[in-house]
Design a protein around this ligand. Structure first.
Ligand code: ADP
Ligand code: MG
Length: 629
């Protein structure tokens, strides 16, 4: 191309989003931006499948700008850094009940209130129990609640001290309503047949809105069951596992036990350019991240084969190789982010589907593949755009991503060099520093928005990733009546029309489409805590890590401005969390506003167009100079 005037389109293909913008360049080199568009990236970044999304976004932005495709001279795509990210998660602890000793679940409707203690006795055997004996009645499946209540009443009339009951069915309230005086009743115990009979047991039910206090306290158990210090040590995992429940049963069996087992997680070998460190995954995220930091820059990581760590790393490597169509030998792990997490998992050996929060480590890995194959993508875009009428255009691969991003970020009003761009994307957190001299240093860190969503979904036990995404993006509220909700900051919002019935008494997200109820029994506060802490564990950690990597002498004080870009810079709380973390370094940090209009979007696409014009300018300058020499 021998002139620079005309319509050009800048395209940024990200892991999650493809962004484009359209501009007309005048003969004096001034740029007039017309419009922009974004669409989800089709296929893995850097593969020809991207073309579909690019064509769609290009056509959409041109339509909005009312410019026919035939007028476009050039489509500029970035030389995408060949980095992609993967995620894996492994539990490192497991709770196992051997010989049933514990039922600690949260049936929706336990009944009665208080603590009862006695010998476990089948409801059918109540007739044979001695007068004055203290019993806990065990009621099998299929037993009618009228019958059950009648048997208990008869026993009580005879003088048997019925202290509590354990039911298989969901009838606790129905049974207690038919008794002369209320006893604690735990229901929905699915494996009732496994409850040992003839053993001393304690049943505790807390009042609505409260948690049990005695069975979740190791010394409470010791007091009830007369345990010595060694035995108390043995049962302390029982107490921990029952914490936070509204009701629980503990049966003392001679050999019964609950154990917290740590699953041998295996080790990671981190291969740095100068050092190698082997670290046990079971030591947790902090220790792993310290090791990653010590070997930096990382050139690869290997997990011990035959262990969870080995499996995790192999999975990431394998799926990345598959996605990018390369051999696993060409896939190298260049960054790792380890995050401590918990996963609610059914207790092995439990009687009522009990769930324990198991410890886990989540790993996000950034892999660098052999080459970007961008030319193929450009060719595909050229073909597909020509097919729909772009007969005069050329697709040009231009500019390094980091350079374009900083150029775009600098169009944010109020910014200046030295400046760091923090691009908070889906798979990775990318940072680039532009110094006063114009020199650029860039880094790509594993872990970003997708990891936050994954942590939210696994920690809250929500298997629907769209729901988790919604929880990540939207503030919460609770519908307290048909006409008002309480927002998570404690304020109340009133409505003149009744709220949808499906939201009543539920925790909801304030989504764009209105109030969305969340299908979970977690409280608003719990959901909020998980959401905020997941964002903190990923983005605050990565912001500090990436800033240290690009800062001169790893000194954050030398950075003047930090501009947040990317989808997660649109989040309602992530930018504030990062700004708070950076405040001590005297850094100006805020969400970018590219070209003063685009918010944190479109930096690379806009930067590509500016870079395109600049490259012509500098050519115009250098050519005559060369001729003079
Ligand atoms: P990439 O550059 O990797 O293609 P993006 O910059 O599009 O990625 O960022 C994608 C991430 O941004 C996803 O994790 C997504 O959940 C998040 N995201 C997108 N829009 C919003 C929003 N409005 N609020 C919060 N997060 C958002
Ligand atoms: Mg991006």
């Amino acid at each position: 191309m021998d002139h620079v005037t005309g319509v050009v389109v800048g395209v940024d293909i990200g892991n999650s989003t493809t962004e484009v913008c359209v501009a007309r360049i005048a003969s004096d080199g001034s740029i007039d931006f017309f419009g922009s568009a974004l669409t989800p990236t089709t296929g893995v970044k850097g593969t020809i499948k991207n073309s579909k999304g690019v064509v769609e976004a290009v056509c959409r932005s041109l339509r909005d700008a009312r410019i026919p495709l035939s007028e476009v001279e050039a489509v500029l795509v970035n030389e995408a850094t060949p980095v992609i990210s993967g995620l894996a998660m492994e539990t490192i602890t497991e709770t196992i009940i051997t010989e049933s000793t514990m039922i600690g679940h949260d049936p929706r409707t336990p009944s009665g209130c208080g603590l009862g203690m006695g010998v476990t006795t089948r409801v059918d055997d109540l007739d044979e129990v001695a007068v004055d004996a203290a019993v806990v009645v065990v009621v099998p499946a299929g037993r009618d609640f009228e019958d059950t209540a009648a048997s208990i009443r008869a026993a009580q009339a005879r003088g048997v001290d019925v202290q509590a009951a354990i039911l298989c069915s969901d009838d606790a309230v129905l049974v207690t309503n038919r008794l002369l005086h209320s006893i604690p009743v735990v229901d929905e115990v699915s494996r009732i047949e496994a409850v040992p009979v003839g053993m001393l047991a304690a049943v505790e039910v807390a009042a609505p809105g409260r948690n049990i206090r005695t069975l979740s306290n190791a010394y409470g158990l010791a007091t009830l069951f007369d345990l010595d210090p060694d035995e108390t040590r043995m049962v302390s995992p029982v107490a921990r596992a029952l914490t936070g429940n509204r009701s629980a049963v503990v049966v003392r069996t001679p050999a019964g036990d609950v154990t917290d087992r740590s699953i041998p997680a295996g080790s990671l070998e981190l291969i740095g350019e100068k050092k190698r460190i082997t670290i046990d995954v079971g030591t947790g995220a902090d220790a792993i991240m310290e090791a990653v930091n010590r070997v930096a820059p990382l050139s690869d990581a290997i997990g011990e084969s035959g262990t969870n760590a080995g499996g995790m790393i192999a999975n990431v490597r394998h799926s990345m190789a598959e996605l990018s169509n390369q051999s696993t030998d060409d896939v190298h792990i260049r960054d790792l982010l380890a995050v401590d997490t918990t996963i609610p998992q059914e207790v092995r050996g439990g009687l009522a589907g009990e769930v324990a929060l198991e410890n886990a480590v989540a790993l996000a890995a950034m892999v660098r593949t052999k080459d970007s194959g961008m030319q193929q993508v450009a060719d595909a875009i050229q073909r597909n755009l020509t097919d729909v009428g772009g007969e005069n255009l050329r697709v040009i691969i231009g500019g390094v991503e980091a350079e374009m991003a900083t150029r775009g970020a600098l169009t944010t009003p109020g910014t200046d060099k030295p400046l760091v761009v923090l691009d908070l994307g889906g798979g990775s957190t990318d940072a680039a520093l532009i110094e006063m001299s114009g020199d650029i240093t860039a880094t790509h860190m594993a872990g970003a928005g997708d990891l936050v969503t994954k942590l939210i979904s696994s920690e809250l036990g929500i298997d629907n990733i769209e729901v988790a995404e919604e929880i990540k993006r939207c503030p919460l509220a609770k519908a307290e009546s048909f006409y008002h909700i309480r927002l998570e900051d404690g304020t109340v919002q009133f409505f003149t029309k009744p709220l949808p019935t499906n939201t009543f008494a539920r925790v909801v997200t304030l989504s764009e489409s209105g109030l969305e109820p969340i299908a979970t029994r977690h409280s608003l506060d719990k959901i909020r805590d998980v959401r905020r802490s997941a964002k903190h564990r990923v983005f605050v950690v990565n912001a500090l890590r990436s800033l240290a990597t690009v800062s001169p002498n790893r000194d954050l004080r030398q950075v003047g401005f930090v501009v947040l870009l990317g989808g997660c810079a649109l989040d309602f709380e992530i930018p504030d969390m990062i700004a708070d973390a950076l405040a001590p370094y005297g850094i100006v940090c805020g969400t970018g506003n590219v070209r003063g209009t685009e918010g944190p979007r479109n930096a690379v696409a806009s930067g590509l167009i500016a870079g395109h014009v600049e490259s012509f300018r500098s050519e115009a300058l250098t050519v005559p100079e060369a001729a003079n020499a």
